[in-house]
Design a protein around this ligand. Sequence first.
Ligand SMILES: C[S@@+](CC[C@H](N)C(=O)[O-])C[C@H]1O[C@@H](n2cnc3c(N)ncnc32)[C@H](O)[C@@H]1O
Length: 263
Amino acid sequence: MKRYKNASELYDIFYAERKEDIAFYNQVLTKYKPVLDNNRIVEIGAGTGRVLLPIAARHPDLEFHAIDVIGDEIAVLKQKAEEQGIDNIVTHVADINAFSDKEKFSFAFAPFRVLQHCQSVEEMNRFVNSTKNNLTENGRFVFDLFNPWIHMLVREGVVFDGNYYDKEGNLINRRVEINKRDYFKQTQNIEEYYTVRYTDGQTDKFEWLYTTGYFFKDTASMVLEKNDLSVENLYGHFDRTPFGKGEYPGELIFDCLKKRKER
Ligand SMILES: C[S@@+](CC[C@H](N)C(=O)[O-])C[C@H]1O[C@@H](n2cnc3c(N)ncnc32)[C@H](O)[C@@H]1O
């Protein structure tokens, strides 16, 4: 009987239904592919490869790089790539803030609110600056953020408690708490607790504790502009509805082009 070793091995079970963002990132990459500077693509905060693997499988002519600070996440990604026979992904267990690639990437993307892990505007600036430095001259950076949803920002305590079954019929409970909101710093602690009840009666418990920040549209836009990334499209939904047009709160999705240096 399979026993889970860490929280990363459970991630894909919780997000099995989340597919709209995969389609969006694939569409955007496909649209820009003919004009990219090179065939090197990077996902920053690639996690378990939920988004990267289906996209890499569709573009065997491109070389994909996966960066994540959590080794357990990259281990899951590598194992899935091997099982699925996907061989155009290079992995890096690294923090984007300390990552440098001489050859540079023509397209960088960071799906599912990776930049929420920045806990201040300064941290976001560092993240964006390092991303820009790893881009080619006409490089692109596409990512999404949580659109700060005023009603959600007042909630504390348990915000989600639900059950899932894995393929082997084991029951997994996921409980998410939001605590220690700091309205000055615009941060909060997220506590995720998982209990696995195996079909043979055994139990495992895992947790994932982290702090996130939230950033309004104009703050993020100014950080991007400061780093010579021009926001060409700003969407509010993964179906590419412009920001502000669809239902509130939607998402905050940036499609940016690196500004050419004046000669
Ligand atoms: C919510 S997960 C998203 C994973 C994946 N992109 C997806 O859509 O399923 C955010 C990931 O970003 C990673 N991350 C956060 N800050 C990072 C940084 N500075 N450098 C590299 N990875 C980072 C985290 O370790 C985590 O795996």
